[in-house]
Design a protein around this ligand. Structure first.
Ligand code: NAD
Ligand code: MN
Length: 817
């Protein structure tokens, strides 16, 4: 045994570089000078600017690429817009044929693309050839299927329109595939901006689309740096931005698109935990670490960059890791026997050096193999940092290089705590031979992908994307398709003239307490002293926080008036402090509520309906008194609310996940999980139905909610306190804060312990919520002031509501020996 090991250890490889002939010929054919790809042809940059793209293994220039300016982006968006109606009008089958043709062609030209990718990015040819390019082809094959199946699998949906796509440099062609394939499958046209360090494979891909006859303008490529990306994100005729890259830029894009109506998906950074329990197979773990952090030089958003090892095995693991690191081969990425290639650019190399230096200053112990890196080019050795404190920079900041930290834990509970001690939530890897432990930890780790006894596995059939500040939206699988469609009814609604007229904010309130929606006469001034002809009000409805009625923090009240001006009642005017208290209560209640069985949650919702029914007449009278819409309409609203409670009770244990067909020996469990704490600004109209329609789906899925009921007619919600009390709903799962919708929604949007905000109100209110959500990148769902018919089952209930309050976690479970 030891002899064989010796042989492997001393085995010397001769250099075996991959030939670059066809790529050189292609570059030369273009005079090593590229333009944008717009409307199916090359277009010189409007400003004439170009910049060099280099080979990281040598530092030498490969070619000059165009720097896109506003005029270039404008031309590309115009080309995409012009092409979109015809592309959308094609049958799903016709679009499937194009995607299939792209996949075939990519496979045919696989070697060319792999070599070009390695030259421009610096990644080992073995990875470009065996991982990147095969996954690219697989992505187009998979999405040819979605094009064909779209109308059957995503009924009632239409394409978003023109999509702007901005991608990073770490997997240039693969990120292109993740973006372009689903967009085209769904009937969108695209403008793609590759990263400035790695534009070449996108430009070669553009030529490929021409070769397979893709209609001009369906897929456009504009090259350039962040300024080009910013111009694309700001373009008024773009309907969606799909971004992969840093969390910093993700935040910029969240703010830049706020209120614009652009759909947004963000795939951002990570600091993914790699959990090793004491019964793990340590030899497999070591190979896992190699794949987790030295794959692609660690320039992987989901890299397992934080090893968390159980105390008993930590020292042994470190020894084994060091031995393995010593055998890693770094060097010419075109060499088929090389494990680690070059870092994409000097600026990234500098960032890695600076962060590692900072780690040492903060007390970490550094270990690197004894061999040295090539002199030429931008290389960094595999690096292990031990004695790392959870609070130190290298344990918190994404290094995006071949650097892994190691920390220890004692118990599984402590491992989960450490794993989640990060703002990110992209991926996690769990290593143990105990399947019970693995499947217990998997749901507790906040991450979009969890790999059990494996790591860095990707497939087109499985959605990929983040929790928390790793972004939102999924790429791949059915989950990913939802990012490129929108409900058909929205399109008709946005084309129709506004069905609802909006009244001006009450004078003297600066609009703060609310723009009132609905085709109803405006309310009287709020601060109007009670007029003598109004009967005295007996009580002011309180807030509902943590399962108890709570006096508002500030002694201000809001009068609720009927359309004829008569006073119906009063509610407290909620403040920042009331929201904070409610969020705390929701946070405390949520884990237990989520852990309750779906059957239990359903039972509570049925019970709520049961307790609400006998109060129906009273509630209908209240609704009628507030809205003046007539008794029959009010009774219909109560009836519809009861039906909706039943609907979500029914769905609570039926909205489940899938098992994806990923082509490894594993099952991939796509599990919808609740977001956590959701703030909900309920619609003004339909005071009871609007409240039930927004709060109940979120509760059914295991979220806790802080609801701001109808600003103008809040009494339908405050009348529910007793019903909530008697329905076995745990305190804190539903909290109600009355007051100014926009003011309170904005407090919720800015609150860093809120995971999602739903807002139904005005366009300006929507914009503010989206802009303020940037702190923790919470998920938002806003109506942009587009009225929704809450009685219509297509608009007022169903899957969209459930998708909006859940996020999919994909758990990869291998099988076989
Ligand atoms: P980045 O976010 O700066 O760049 C990603 C893409 O966004 C590029 O195409 C870039 O040109 C573009 N961009 C930059 N500024 C923009 C702006 N203001 N508006 C629109 N587009 C803009 O990331 P980077 O410079 O390539 O790398 C920096 C860090 O980002 C890395 O160290 C790493 O932490 C992280 N990163 C993450 C991923 C990932 O897959 N999640 C990928 C690459 C980098
Ligand atoms: Mn390059």
């Amino acid at each position: 045994m030891s002899e064989i090991t010796d042989i492997f250890e001393t085995l010397e490889y001769g250099p075996a570089p991959e030939a670059t002939g066809p790529v050189d010929a292609w570059l030369d054919r273009h005079d090593r000078r590229f333009s944008h790809w717009i409307g199916g042809e090359w277009r010189a940059p409007s400003g004439g600017d170009r910049f060099e793209t280099a080979n990281p293994a040598s530092g030498r220039s490969l070619a000059a690429v165009a720097q896109g300016g506003e005029a270039d982006v404008d031309a590309a968006v115009a080309a995409a817009r012009a092409a979109q109606p015809a592309w959308r009008a094609l049958s799903g089958h016709a679009r499937a044929r194009y995607l299939y043709a792209i996949a075939r062609r990519l496979q045919r030209d696989a070697r060319f693309f792999a070599v070009l990718e390695t030259l421009d990015n610096g990644k080992p040819i073995r990875e470009a050839r065996d991982v990147d390019v095969p996954l690219v082809a697989r992505h187009f094959y998979h999405h040819a299927g979605w094009a064909q199946l779209l109308s059957a699998e995503l009924p009632g949906q239409v394409p978003v329109g023109v999509v702007g796509q901005i991608i990073p440099w770490n997997f240039p062609l693969l990120m292109l595939a993740w973006k372009v394939a689903p967009a085209l499958a769904a009937g969108n046209t695209v403008v793609l901006k590759p990263a400035e360090f790695t534009s070449l494979t996108a430009l070669a891909f553009a030529e490929l689309t021409k070769a397979v006859g893709l209609p001009d303008g369906v897929c456009n490529v504009v090259t350039g740096d962040g300024r080009t990306g910013a111009a694309l994100a700001a373009h008024p005729d773009v309907n969606k931005i799909a971004f992969t890259g840093s969390t910093e830029v993700g935040r910029i894009l969240r703010e830049a698109t706020a209120g614009s109506g652009k759909k947004l998906s963000l795939e951002l950074g990570g600091k993914s935990p790699f959990l090793v329990y004491e019964d793990a197979d340590l030899d497999s773990v070591v190979e896992g670490v190699v794949d987790a952090i030295w794959f692609n030089q660690g320039q992987v958003c989901c890299a397992g960059s934080r090893i968390l090892a159980q105390e008993g095995i930590a020292d042994r693991l470190v020894e084994k890791l060091k031995a393995r690191m010593e055998t890693l081969r770094i060097g010419d990425p075109l060499d088929k026997a090389v494990d680690i290639g070059a870092i994409v650019a000097p600026v990234q190399l500098e960032r890695i050096r600076t962060l590692v230096e900072k780690g040492r200053e903060e007390g970490a112990e550094l270990w690197q193999p004894s061999w040295s890196c090539p002199e030429e080019g931008w290389f960094y050795p595999p690096t292990l940092l031990t004695r790392v404190e959870p609070a130190s920079t290298v344990a918190r900041v994404e290094i995006f290089g071949p650097v892994v930290t190691l920390m220890t834990f004692r118990t599984p509970a402590e491992s989960v705590e450490l794993a989640n001690d990060t703002r990110y939530g992209l991926a996690a890897s769990i290593w143990t031979e105990n399947i019970n432990l693995a499947l217990d930890v998997a749901p507790k780790v906040k991450a979009g992908t969890v790999w059990i006894n494996c790591t860095n596995l990707f497939d087109a059939a499985s959605g990929f994307g983040g929790y928390r500040e790793s972004g939102f939206g999924r790429e791949g699988g059915l989950e990913g398709m939802w990012e490129y469609v929108r409900p058909a009814w929205e399109e008709y609604a946005s084309e129709a003239p506004p069905a609802v007229t909006r009244a001006a904010p009450p004078p003297g309130e600066g609009g703060e307490a609310g723009v009132v929606a609905g085709a109803i006469p405006a309310a009287e001034e709020e601060d109007d002293a009670a007029t003598p002809d109004v009967p005295p009000v007996d009580r002011t409805a309180k807030m509902y926080v943590g399962g108890k009625q709570a006096r508002p923090d500030a002694p201000y009240t809001i009068e609720v008036r009927a359309p004829d001006g008569s006073l119906v009642g009063e509610v407290g005017r909620g403040s920042r402090k009331d929201i904070r208290n409610a969020v705390e209560a929701a946070r405390r209640a949520q884990p237990k509520w989520a852990a309750a069985t779906a059957h239990n949650r359903a039972q509570v919702l049925y019970y709520l309906a049961e307790n609400l029914a006998p109060r129906g007449a009273e509630l209908a009278a209240r609704i009628d008194a507030m809205t003046g819409g007539g008794r029959a309409a009010a009774e219909a609203e109560v009836e519809a609310s009861l039906a909706r409670l039943f609907l979500y009770a029914g769905l609570a244990d039926k909205w489940d996940g899938r098992v994806h067909h990923t082509p490894f020996r594993n099952v991939t469990l796509a599990m919808p999980e609740p977001l956590g704490v959701i703030g909900a600004a309920c619609p003004t109209e339909a005071p009871l139905l609007g409240f039930v329609s927004t709060v109940i789906p979120a509760v059914a899925m295991g979220n806790a909610v802080v609801a701001v009921p109808s600003e103008r007619w809040p009494l339908a919600a405050t009348d529910l306190y007793q019903v909530l009390d008697t329905s076995d709903l745990p305190g804190g799962v539903v909290n109600i804060v009355t007051g100014g919708r926009d003011e309170l929604a904005q407090v919720l949007a800015a609150h860093d312990d809120v995971d999602g905000v739903w807002y139904f109100g005005t366009r300006e209110g929507s914009a503010a919520v989206e802009r303020l959500s940037v702190g923790n990148l919470k998920r938002t769902w806003t109506d942009l002031g587009r009225p929704r018919d809450w009685h219509d089952p297509v608009q007022g209930e169903g899957d969209e509501f459930l998708r909006r309050c859940t996020q999919v976690k994909n758990v990869w479970v291998p099988y076989g020996e």
